[in-house]
Write a protein that binds this ligand. Structure first.
Ligand code: NAD
Length: 240
């Protein structure tokens, strides 16, 4: 890992969104103490500067100041531009955007030959542990049904959630063949229940996100640790 000057210079992509706002608030409080936000990019920023952070529209991405790592929590249609910008600048990319198309996942993989990239459907510690538990339960309960029930706020676009699909992969690694149920209601930040049902008994493993800070903290932490690394595809466990 090359020695990078600290604090690490961070660009927030999707800055006016629910996650973007949590990231900016925590970064300004110095929640991680290792990074400084040098640019905030969104589709249509309301002001040029907010709390000392310059704001840019998506079409102005080429003109943003130098940055070491971009944290992207936007939408699939915004993803290609931030990936290209990171490659052009030689900057790292931490992305939490879900619902990416297969061609975008391929592009991410190709980019990892040139820059460090980390894409995760969920940046919370609890969900990382839940994935391990699900894999173990699936391996021990081969004959049982496995269902993943996820609930999110009404504005969430992709369905089932990226986290549900990632938990499904964990279940699959344990030998289960999970089914998915998705609920969109009110302002639920995110709930994932993985249910194993046998004859006359049932196990439920549930994670409830109380607020978005759990994801934002994980992403800020990951960004500070990813910047300056060798190009490659990184997992959360490599940096947390
Ligand atoms: P949101 O709709 O509140 O915000 C989306 C942001 O993207 C806005 O700032 C918007 O201006 C910006 N945007 C839209 N089109 C753009 C474009 N063409 N160019 C640049 N910016 C553009 O969404 P949200 O609730 O903050 O979620 C954002 C993403 O993060 C979603 O994909 C969501 O599923 C995902 N998410 C991931 C995690 C995780 O831990 N990985 C946690 C929560 C949400």
């Amino acid at each position: 890992m090359s020695e990078l000057q600290r604090p690490v210079r961070v660009l927030i992509h999707g800055a006016t969104g629910r996650m973007g706002q949590a990231l900016l608030r925590l970064a300004s409080k110095g929640a991680d103490g290792e990074s400084v936000v040098v640019a905030a990019v969104s589709r249509t920023p309301g002001q040029r500067v907010v709390d000392g952070v310059p704001q840019f529209a998506a079409r102005e991405l080429n003109g943003v100041p130098e940055f070491d790592v971009a944290i992207d929590f936007s939408l699939p249609q915004a993803f290609d531009a931030i990936l290209a910008s990171c490659v052009a600048r030689g900057a790292a990319l931490v992305s939490g955007t879900t619902g990416l198309e297969p061609r975008q996942l391929e592009a991410l993989q190709e980019a990892s030959a040139r820059i460090p990239v980390l894409s995760a459907a969920n940046f919370s510690l609890g969900v990382a542990v839940l994935g391990d538990l699900v894999e173990r339960a699936a391996a021990a309960l081969r004959e049982w049904d496995c269902d993943i029930i996820e609930s999110h706020h009404v504005h969430k676009k992709d369905m089932p959630s990226g986290t549900a699909l990632a938990l499904g992969e964990s279940a699959g690694q344990g030998g289960a063949n999970p089914r998915y149920v998705a609920l969109r209601a009110g302002d639920i930040v995110g709930e994932h229940a993985v249910q194993f049902t046998g004859l006359g008994e049932r196990i439920e493993l549930i994670h409830r996100a109380g607020n978005r800070d759990i994801f934002a903290r994980g992403a800020l932490h990951a960004a500070a640790r990813l910047a300056g690394r060798e190009p490659g595809r990184y997992q959360l466990r490599d940096v947390l």
